[in-house]
Design a protein around this ligand. Sequence first.
Ligand code: IPD
Ligand code: CA
Ligand code: CA
Length: 270
Amino acid sequence: MAGYLETAVEIAREAGALLAGYFERRVRFELKGEFDLVTEADRASEKLVVERLLTHFPSHAIVAEEGGGHETSSEYRWYVDPLDGTTNFAHGFPMFNITMGLQRAGEAVAGVVYDPIRQEMFSAERGSGAYLNGKRIRVSGVRNLGESLSSTGFPSRKRSHDVNIHFYYQVAMASHGVRRTGSAAIDLAYVASGRLDFFWEFGLMPWDMAAGVLLVQEAGGRVSDMRGAPHDINSSPHVLADNGSLHEPTLAFLAEVFQGKLRMPMPDMD
Ligand code: IPD
Ligand code: CA
Ligand code: CA
């Protein structure tokens, strides 16, 4: 497929090394919203990725989180998160990545998530499977919510309107646990590689999900919105990504929480 994935892998490795350098030196952060952090590293990584994509694919459109994108009428469109996990990054917590996903006429065709600290390159191409450092990965075989390990995230934007803490509490009480990695693309890559059994989050942006959703699908998992409707990165900010076996049980569990049927009441606080 015209070397799209190979080029994305090469660019992600270069941007990852750049991010790792900034991480070593520690950078100051600025606020772009109430709790929404941005650093010099986000901007430098975006500049590098966009420049490289434009060199290789000058006609393609690019949507990039920090605004450095490039609009064209091409049916090819790259979604770029130059640093996913900025809050972790700014605090020196080593969990972040650079991620890029390519769509052709609205369908995902290739994607990468690169964690430069662990030097883990997750990659997928439609119809060719999902890989970690070149080795095929698959979702887990866990079938029972009670035996699952999952993850979720909480938005930086409009956090006070977010209901996810209720979902977090219910799932955490009913399973082996819920992790909060602080990086949605890593969460999706970990579902694809079987390290997590499912992931859900409210309010994600297309660049958070473009590569990770393809990774999960190519690794044999399922992705929908949180009520089970088909997922589209541009119109479904609420996502459920799982190993497939857990899809129906998880949707049923989430539906109960949506209806306010709480299996675990809040404990007495005294
Ligand atoms: C954030 C991370 C986080 C998720 C937030 C995202 P950013 O992306 O993916 O895990 O919970 O919703 O905004 O701002 O670090 O690129
Ligand atoms: Ca992000
Ligand atoms: Ca980001």
